[in-house]
Design a protein around this ligand. Structure first.
Ligand code: HGY
Ligand code: MN
Ligand code: MN
Length: 431
């Protein structure tokens, strides 16, 4: 099954035929269909399939001696943001299976296992917490808090797990599983305009978080309630949105209010409450913290002026992630060597990490969460549109294949190592 064939199989799942955007929310039919695709591809490759207590999926290629320790994990996530692009998440998983195929074609003998992960609820689009599966696995979120998370229809995360054969009382950090993983390399589409060559290596993830603002006023009739008698939560909400942009400009950060829920959400009814989510990111923790504090003050001031109450909850926050420099440089050097090796004869190849783009990102990833527990790294694939979390997100076929080649080289560097058996000896069956 080539990269293109796998990609073609996955592409239609959960895609809105009108907008072209994806709606693959954790444990909903489209994402379950993606999970089934993952299991099918793993089975085709005789990989050992594992679902951890948190609902993260793993497919393991074991070395000939069936050892399980010090594994090199790759993969990404299958879920999407509402109306998301095709590449954010799935590119890392399809590339991982394609890389395993190439390693086998090249008869690479594993010195340690290679795993492909599909982490659960990376986008947090259903239960509100980004990287929920990897946060649970690494102990970055308390299990009781995760159990209580609810989706917009009121379904509790615990009940959804139960419905899919998992025990919500068993969710949480899994030191045994983490203990089997030596390092993690996630391949992901680059989500901005930062990469002008097919493949790059990540240096860091900037601090980022999401906050929920709840404005409570008084529902009333749009046609019979005088302005002076209103306690309309829409007004402090409007101040929040404008204050977010102004604070971002002041502090050199990025703020987004992309999700809002209005109750009762009627044309001729003054809202009784408004819930709005703020996504805040920036080059440094204090800049992000100051931005959010200023926005909160502005929201409180406007709420007071309109007889509305406002409450604020931090739903998730990730401090700056500096990827493992040894792993990062080893990947960069490996890719540089292969690039140079691949270069036609001509000017002396530059070699060394300098010849491979190393860049930070403003997007969060499971590799950023796992970085607190084990050495992690990321490979980025160029996105010519520079758009992500939207249908226009794109990676050219040649760049996707360059990403597969880079991942293959990286996995061989990290997990390969046994010499090809002497001619005539039977190569151990692929584990
Ligand atoms: O929101 C993010 O940065 C990531 O795409 N989950
Ligand atoms: Mn994303
Ligand atoms: Mn992603």
């Amino acid at each position: 099954m080539s990269f293109e064939e796998m990609w073609a199989d996955l592409l239609p799942i959960g895609r809105d035929p009108d907008s072209g955007g994806y709606h693959r929310f954790a444990w909903t039919p489209p994402e379950l269909e993606c999970r089934a695709w993952f299991v099918d591809e793993a089975r085709k490759r005789d990989l050992e399939i594992e679902t951890d207590a948190n609902g993260n999926l793993f497919a393991w290629w074991l070395p000939a001696d069936s050892s399980r320790g010090d594994a090199v994990l790759t993969g990404s996530h299958l879920d999407s943001v509402p109306g998301g692009g095709a590449y954010d998440g799935p590119l890392g998983i399809v590339s991982a299976f394609a890389a395993i195929d190439l390693l086998r074609e090249r008869r690479v003998q594993l010195a340690r296992p290679i795993g492909v992960a599909a982490f659960a609820e990376e986008e947090g689009a259903r239960f509100g917490v980004a990287c929920l599966g990897s946060r649970l696995l690494s102990g970055a979120i308390a299990p009781y808090r995760a159990r209580g998370l609810r989706d917009r229809d009121g379904h509790a995360f615990a009940d959804v797990l139960t419905r899919h054969g998992l025990d919500p009382e068993r969710i949480g950090p899994d030191d045994d599983l983490l203990g089997r993983i030596g390092c993690h390399v996630e391949l992901h589409i680059e989500q901005g305009r930062a990469l002008d060559v097919p493949v790059g290596v990540a240096s860091a993830i900037v601090p980022h978080g999401r906050w929920r603002f709840g404005f409570t006023g008084e529902g009333n009739h749009a046609g019979t309630t005088h302005l002076k008698d209103r306690r309309d939560p829409m007004l402090p909400f409007a101040h929040l949105v404008l204050a977010a942009r102004q604070a971002a400009e002041r502090h050199g950060t990025l703020t987004t209010v992309g999700k809002v829920e209005v109750t009762p959400n009627g044309v001729n009814a003054i809202a009784s409450s408004v819930t709005a989510w703020l996504d805040g990111r920036g080059p440094a923790d204090d800049a992000v913290r100051r931005t959010v504090a200023e926005i909160h003050e502005a929201a409180q001031k406007a709420a007071r002026e309109h007889g509305v109450t406002v409450d604020l909850a931090e739903e998730s926050y990730s401090e700056v992630v500096g990827f493992d420099t040894t792993l990062r440089d080893r990947l960069a050097e490996t890719l540089a060597r292969s690039e140079n090796a691949a270069q036609p004869s001509g000017p002396e190849p530059s070699g060394g990490p300098g010849s491979v783009r190393v860049l930070p990102t403003g997007a969060g990833h499971d590799a950023g969460i796992l970085a607190s527990r084990l050495p992690t790294a990321m490979l980025f694939v160029r996105n010519p549109t520079g758009i992500s979390h939207a249908p226009a997100e794109h990676a050219d076929r040649d760049d996707c294949l360059a990403g597969v080649e880079a991942l293959t080289i990286a996995l061989e560097e990290l997990a390969g190592g046994l010499e090809e058996p002497a001619a005539g000896l039977k190569a151990p069956a692929a584990g």
